[in-house]
Write a protein that binds this ligand. Structure first.
Ligand SMILES: [Zn+2]
Length: 534
């Protein structure tokens, strides 16, 4: 838009609000008066700093920074804005308003941080911004070149620019949108067809991911791990130091099926608000694995800061959240898990604003059986008093334990099996297991659909009619209730038993849940009860 006499310009932009991209408009007006740049519209100091970068970049590109009183207004004004992504639209707006640059299209949208020499860089939040750009149909869309791969993944038609000069060139052309071909094939993620995409499943667990065969000798734990992955059951591993609890958690990640494209985009949306994405992260097919140390603070776990960014709970989206030394966590921090384990999201309210982040993950906790760690393997050597043991266990509150389906014990590795697992050339078992688990997930989703329930895995089923969904007949249900009563299992504990029993039946390829399945599920519950009330 040419503005002879009336020194005014309007450029759209997009900024990050929580984990969503919001379209905003920047208006620039150059008025007569003493040279001054004023930015208005509820923005913080990071945006006010922009003007110095913009001034330098404009001069470096051979243009003049206009004299007079420049007013830059950002709307919607009721949303708090921050970050350096406003640099590019501000620079373009100033150049258009001062009549130095001709804008061929009616409107355009642009964002990106500008260096003093006029190079354009990306900042965190690329995926949410690009998602918002998908709905922008007014005109030209300019983004930093570093986001080109993400734009192709999301199939957004954009013009990628490396510098302010390139951006100026793009807006001056009548037909400026070189739409890039979409990056339609994300290797390893399955799109609509789920039938024959075992392609590439083999190479995934070759290097970084530990193989299931490393669990040789841990009969009870290896079975529990299979069931946990198969039904997406939250679990706790109890064992002395050095029994391989962390290794076991990493193995679970390796046997979970690869993310679907939808899950992948979900995760990228969160991850891109915390860090800058590189190509590896975009092409990565593994589910995330977040290792959380017990010194983790509440805001690092749940998310926080200003503006709020997601924490570990959200960064583990669709993957594994591993809490090491769970009993050593600050109980207040640990209690933050209660809400996401129930609702799969976390709500953070800070400074008057409320942000909701997704938090859907498989919780795997590890802990020692007691403070000295010897209670399970050599009880005689345990130096903890009865009250110390009780206090140690009580650090994990009842409400958290109520959301854990499986508790299993790990044994110290026997020397012969240790040698066996360390000898090279053993056959990798994870790929086959992973394929099987993928099939079993499909079966669980299918069962939900047949019962007109939203598709979910066994471990995610809450308080709906479990007997009919899980195909538990009256006899088996009576048995479960009888056995549960004998063993003092609480009513809530029964829910876990039925869920795990269904997964055991799935793994054994049985249509109906029978008494044997219930018995096995009771074992995992007994571990919990024994562990909690010992
Ligand atoms: Zn002890």
């Amino acid at each position: 838009m040419k503005n002879k006499g009336r020194k005014y310009a309007c450029v759209d932009t997009c900024f990050l609000q929580g984990v969503d991209g919001v379209i905003a408009t920047i208006e620039i007006s150059i008025l007569p008066g003493l040279p001054n740049v004023e930015v208005v519209g509820l923005c913080d100091s990071s945006i006010r700093e922009s003007k110095e970068r913009v001034r330098s970049a404009i001069r470096h590109c051979g243009y003049e920074f206009p004299k007079g009183r420049i007013i830059i207004s950002l709307s919607p004004a009721y949303l708090h804005k921050s970050g350096s992504s406003f640099d590019l639209p501000m620079a373009l707006g100033i150049l258009i308003a001062s009549g130095q640059v001709y804008q061929a299209t009616n409107r355009c949208i642009a964002y990106g941080e500008i260096s003093l020499q006029g190079e354009i860089h990306t900042i965190p939040g690329s995926i949410p911004r690009l998602m918002a750009l998908k709905d922008y149909h007014e005109g030209l869309r300019l983004i930093p070149n570093e986001e080109s791969e993400q734009a192709r993944l999301l199939e957004v038609g954009v013009s990628c620019v490396r510098s302010l000069s390139e951006a100026i060139h793009a807006i001056g052309k009548d037909d400026p949108i070189p739409c890039m071909p979409p990056l339609c094939v994300l290797p390893g993620t399955d799109t609509a067809d789920t039938g024959n995409d075992s392609s590439g499943d083999e190479d995934i667990s070759s290097e970084q991911v530990l193989d299931y065969s490393c669990l040789r000798g841990q009969d009870a734990a290896s079975r529990a791990i299979l069931l946990s992955a198969c039904g997406f059951h939250n679990m706790i591993l109890i064992g002395s130091p050095g029994t391989g609890k962390t290794m076991a958690a990493r193995i679970i990640r390796g046997i979970l099926p690869p993310m679907t494209l939808e899950e992948k985009l979900d995760w990228l949306r969160i991850e891109s608000t915390v860090s800058l994405l590189d190509s590896n992260m975009i092409m990565e097919r593994e589910r995330p694995f977040r290792y959380v140390h017990h010194t983790c603070t509440a805001s690092a776990l749940a998310g926080g800061g200003r503006p709020p960014i997601p924490g570990e709970l959200s960064r583990a989206l669709h993957g594994v959240l591993f809490l090491d030394e769970m009993a050593e966590f600050n109980p207040r921090v640990l209690d933050l898990l209660r809400q996401p384990l129930e609702t799969k999201e976390i709500v953070i309210s800070r400074n008057g604003s409320v942000s909701t982040f997704p938090a859907d993950f498989l919780l795997v906790g590890a802990m020692n059986p007691c403070r000295c760690g010897k209670l399970l393997d050599s009880p005689a050597e345990c130096t903890c008093s009865v009250s110390t043991r009780r206090n140690y266990k009580n650090r994990i509150s009842g409400p958290i334990l109520d959301r854990i389906d499986i508790v299993t014990k790990m044994k110290p590795m026997n020397k012969d099996t240790l040698k066996e697992t360390l000898v090279s050339g053993r056959h990798a078992e994870s790929p086959a297991i992973r394929r099987r688990i993928k099939e079993l997930w499909e079966r669980q989703y299918q069962r939900c659909k047949e019962n007109q329930v939203e598709p979910m895995r066994n471990g995610e089923v809450m308080m709906i009619d479990m007997a009919s969904l899980f195909r538990i007949n009256d006899t088996t249900m009576d048995y479960a209730i009888y056995a549960g009563n004998q063993l003092n299992v609480s009513a809530r504990g029964m829910k876990h038993i039925l869920r795990v029993a269904r997964t055991v039946a799935d793994w054994d390829e049985e249509q109906d849940v029978n008494e044997e399945h219930v018995m096995e599920a009771l074992q995992y519950r007994m571990n919990t009860e024994e562990f909690t009330y010992a």
